[in-house]
Design a protein around this ligand. Structure first.
Ligand code: ATP
Ligand code: MG
Length: 474
């Protein structure tokens, strides 16, 4: 027998079959792991929330919360803990789906002990590597980003003035704006510019957790508050004491949780779940949503009294299409960040690529721009990001929005990038005009014009020559 050593890691095993739990416990304990058991998904989630778990092994088919649901909610409670799914009905589709949802690995029952220990070891090794990598990336990010928001447009400057103005009051702030506009960043900016900047900034996503878990996450719980509550846990309200509590996706608060938040706002006190003692904290509340809260109030889906409490100051974060001047600046910024992350030497964007980025409408806002640039950095083969490295949707919009000239005198104006052709116009004339307009769009760049029209640059040169010759003809 080997010397008893400290446990290698703590593994949480969730399976509704006691025999399976027992055999896994035996096998894993023998390998030197500490093993905790949960008979169903909810118990597993509660155990996970209590902390100290390094890896989860979960059955896929369980009563109540299925393995896939557990997987999704586990990512909300403990994003750094990997989940390995076990199933007796191992189909490829299920495996693929689970991996897409963030499962680290998949084991089909019955499995050999060697298989089990190998999968567990690999998952733990991967986790260590990711942690190391993340620490390095964070240092890099801090160097590059300095926690700042970037922009130069008038709309952006107005936003930052407002942020500065509200930062120092203790009033509740409601941040509204489309998805990906930077609401969380605004919340952080408020905190960093406030007198609470040395206190904690604690963020909670109200949409990520089911009601009961959200409450114990927010208010904490006392020992024995529910099965699995082995000790007492401080909630986010307590953790945010002397700092800022950011309640994200506030529109998703359930009807049961809404009055509890209202009470904290009105009376400044709350109790831990399962507790009787009232606690007081000094917390500044900032909330955000991409939904229109006023409409939800009218539809009776959000409490009016809570709305007024949250809505003392509203900050509307503009969509990216309303601050177009920021697109090149942000694109450059993300290019630097992702080039550094991916170890790529990239010098910027080609004119064509920049033109596409500027013409696109960015329905997914800054987040979409960030993703597009990250992807382009990975794809780019030259020294600069080219239009070919951008997704089709971003390239196509640009062609549709081509700057054109309006029709002949007397004709009604036509949209930018469009010119009218009368039915029956000789093809040669249409071709010449199309060439001329596309060339204009590309500021006379013949290579780009050829690319856009899908013809050889030589053809462009030839046709232009031809045109000049004809113009010059008597
Ligand atoms: N002005 C900015 N300067 C630099 N980065 C920004 C800016 N605005 C947004 N970002 C980046 O864009 C991404 C999306 O921002 P954030 O998560 O704050 O958006 P959100 O409005 O909270 O979106 P959602 O509604 O989907 O939660 C983040 O990576 C953020 O760092
Ligand atoms: Mg957000």
């Amino acid at each position: 027998m080997p010397e008893p050593a400290p446990a290698l890691a703590t593994l949480l095993v969730a399976d509704d079959d006691p025999a399976v739990r027992q055999s896994l416990e035996r096998a894993l304990t023998r390998e030197g792991y500490a093993v905790v058991l949960a008979p169903d998904g909810l118990a597993a989630l509660e155990r996970l929330q209590a902390g100290g778990v390094d890896l989860v092994l979960s059955d896929l088919k369980m009563p109540g919360l299925t393995g896939l649901e557990l997987l999704r909610q586990a990512k909300a409670v403990a994003p750094d803990v990997d989940v390995i799914l076990l199933t007796a009905f191992g189909t490829v589709e299920e495996a693929v789906r689970a991996m897409k949802d963030g499962a680290t690995d998949f084991l089909t029952k019955p499995f050999q002990r060697a298989q089990l220990t190998k999968v567990v070891r690999q998952a733990l090794e991967r986790r260590d590597l990711i942690a190391q990598n993340r620490a390095l990336q964070k240092r890099l990010d801090d160097l590059l980003r300095q926690g700042n928001m970037i922009g130069t447009s008038p709309a952006f400057r107005r936003l930052m003035t407002l942020v500065q103005q509200v930062a120092d009051s203790s009033a509740t702030v409601l941040i509204q704006g489309e998805s990906g506009t930077g609401k969380e960043l605004v919340a952080r900016a408020i905190h960093e510019r406030s007198s609470r900047r040395n206190g904690p900034f604690i963020a909670v996503n109200c949409a990520a957790l089911p009601e009961t878990l959200l409450e114990s996450e927010l208010f904490g719980y006392e020992k024995g508050a529910f099965t699995g509550a082995a000790g007492r846990k401080e909630g986010r309200f307590e953790l945010a004491d002397a700092g800022t509590l950011f309640l994200d996706e506030i529109a998703d608060l359930s009807a049961v949780t809404q009055p509890k938040i209202l009470r904290v706002l009105q009376e400044g006190e709350f109790e831990r779940v399962g507790g009787t003692r009232s606690l007081r904290v000094d917390v500044r509340i900032v909330t955000a949503t991409n939904q229109d809260l006023a409409t939800l109030v009218r539809e009776k889906r959000f409490r009016e009294d809570l709305f007024y409490r949250l809505n003392v100051i509203t900050i509307q974060v503009p969509p990216l299409r309303e601050k177009h001047e920021d697109v090149p600046v942000l694109a450059q910024h993300f290019l630097r960040v992702y080039a550094a992350k991916n170890n790529r030497l990239l010098d910027g964007f080609t004119d064509e690529a920049l033109g596409c980025l500027e013409a696109y409408s960015w329905p997914g806002n800054v987040r979409e721009l960030e993703n597009v640039v990250e992807r382009a950095v990975v794809l780019a083969r030259g020294g600069r990001v080219d239009a070919a490295d951008l997704p089709d949707a971003v390239r196509e919009r640009s062609v549709m929005l081509m700057r054109g000239r309006t029709a002949e005198p007397g004709a009604t104006a036509v949209p930018d990038g469009v010119f009218q052709v009368r039915v029956g116009t000789p093809l040669a004339e249409v071709e010449a005009r199309l060439l001329e307009e596309t060339l204009r769009l590309n500021h006379g760049n013949k290579t780009l014009t050829a690319k856009m029209l899908g013809i050889d640059p030589k053809t462009v040169f030839r046709k232009l020559k031809q045109g000049e010759a004809e113009d010059g003809a008597p």
